[in-house]
Design a protein around this ligand. Structure first.
Ligand SMILES: *Cc1c(COP(=O)(O)O)cnc(C)c1O
Length: 398
């Protein structure tokens, strides 16, 4: 049995998205062209914009199509440098950005780059469940803060933040608010008016749409500066000929989310609970990471002290089960997850953790297969680990 439990990394195309994209495969007009070919492409792009906008309760003029969630996040952080340099009319020179320690690397690494360019960046702590400390935010806010960027739902542990409350505080001090909602949009209701945010990031491939396309919500009247320049596309906010097929796929993906996400949410919560209980019953010495309730329905992050996450991943892969670890093993480093470390988990427990992320194709059979396979995998790995002593303590070395 093949089991895909890595839906926070990416998702399979929804069959309806695939159908719509396949039917549109022959459409090659450039939306900027005035002839019939161009007008057809343009109409499709604008139809998708309408769908995306209404899905998050925005106006279609507030939606900028971009090449990825990463690009949207880079755009927001980078435009702030423009704003503080006062090259955007009507902005004031506020030199500080606040973000959190648990953001996606595309926010954290862009922040580091901005620090090298003279921007002051402050990183909010999180509690042991991964929730932002609102008192700390309150203390940090002052009239030098230009932008606050806090993710709505974390990709590794699933913890969700109270973005509406944070946005209120941020606006009170006169700063702009951005949220990376890549993991939240299409899983929980997201209404940009209710949240009050100025910028919001979403990505198609996390919600059964195609890879390489995302959208950035920019509230009307908010200062803006393009990251990609040199074209009038997207009202001058993102140059480059539009990814027409991808945009069309994103539009269909959100349409399908609107139909399916509510029932799916409850179903996934049930599956996660089955998984959580099963792991608890069958395996000793485990720790669940993330918030017990304020969390994505399909995300379960669990630590198995004495078993390396990468080993668990590879053994499960041999059994046809796909999960992920938080550590950046793909880049050759074995640094433990910055998210787990920020929640106060020690490096060893962080190393022994895996993320199981369910999705619309996940079934009870998949969960049962996982529960049949996982205990044996953990036992095998722990038995090989000379440093592991059952009961949660570890010999320093032998
Ligand atoms: C996947 C992800 C991103 C990046 O989106 P891409 O479209 O893959 O660039 C950003 N933030 C979060 C929280 C994500 O899960």
């Amino acid at each position: 049995m093949k089991v895909y439990f890595d839906n926070n990394a990416t998702t399979p195309l929804h069959p309806e998205v695939k159908k719509e994209m396949t039917a549109a495969m022959e459409m090659y007009g450039n939306p900027s062209s005035m002839h019939a070919y161009g007008r057809e492409a343009k109409a499709n792009v604008e139809d998708a914009r309408q769908r995306v906008a209404s899905f998050i309760n925005a106006d279609d003029r507030e939606i900028v199509f971009v090449g990825s969630g990463s690009e949207a996040n880079n755009t927001v952080l980078s435009l702030f440098v423009c704003a503080s340099a006062q090259c955007i009319p009507g902005t004031t020179a506020r030199g500080t950005i606040i973000t959190t320690k648990i953001e996606h690397p595309c926010v954290l690494e862009t922040s580091e780059c901005l620090m090298h360019r003279g921007v002051n960046v402050k990183f909010l702590d999180v509690d042991r469940y991964g929730r932002v400390d609102l008192d700390q935010l309150k203390d940090m806010l002052n009239d030098d803060i230009g932008l606050v960027s806090v993710m709505m739902a974390n990709n590794e542990i699933g913890t969700m933040q109270d973005i509406a409350a944070i946005t209120n505080m941020v606006h009170e001090c006169g700063a702009f608010m951005h949220t990376d909602a890549v993991q939240a949009v299409g899983k929980v209701p997201v209404d940009v008016r209710a949240l009050g945010v100025d910028f919001l990031t979403m990505s198609a491939h996390k919600i059964y749409g195609p890879k390489g396309v995302g959208a950035l919500y920019v509230k009307q009247g908010t200062p803006y500066c393009p990251l990609i320049r040199g074209g009038h596309q997207e009202r001058g906010r993102r140059a480059g000929t539009e990814n027409t097929l991808g945009i069309l796929g994103l539009g269909k993906a959100v349409e399908m989310r609107a139909l399916e996400m509510h029932d799916e949410h409850d179903r996934l919560l049930g599956l996660k609970e089955l998984l959580r209980k099963g792991i608890e019953d069958k395996i000793d010495d485990i720790h669940f990471n993330g918030h017990p309730t304020e969390s994505l329905a399909g995300t379960l992050n669990v630590s198995f002290p004495g078993a390396e996450g990468e080993s668990i991943l590879l053994y499960l892969d041999l059994e046809g089960i796909a999960v992920s670890t938080g550590s950046a093993c793909a880049s050759g480093s074995l640094d433990p997850s910055h998210v787990l470390l920020a929640t106060g988990v020690d490096a060893e427990r962080a190393h022994g953790s895996i993320r199981i992320s369910l999705g619309r194709e996940s079934t009870t059979q998949h969960v049962q297969h996982m529960l049949n396979v996982l205990p044996g995998v953990i036992e095998r790995i722990r038995n090989m680990s000379t440093a592991y002593i059952k009961g949660g303590t570890h010999a320093a070395s032998r």
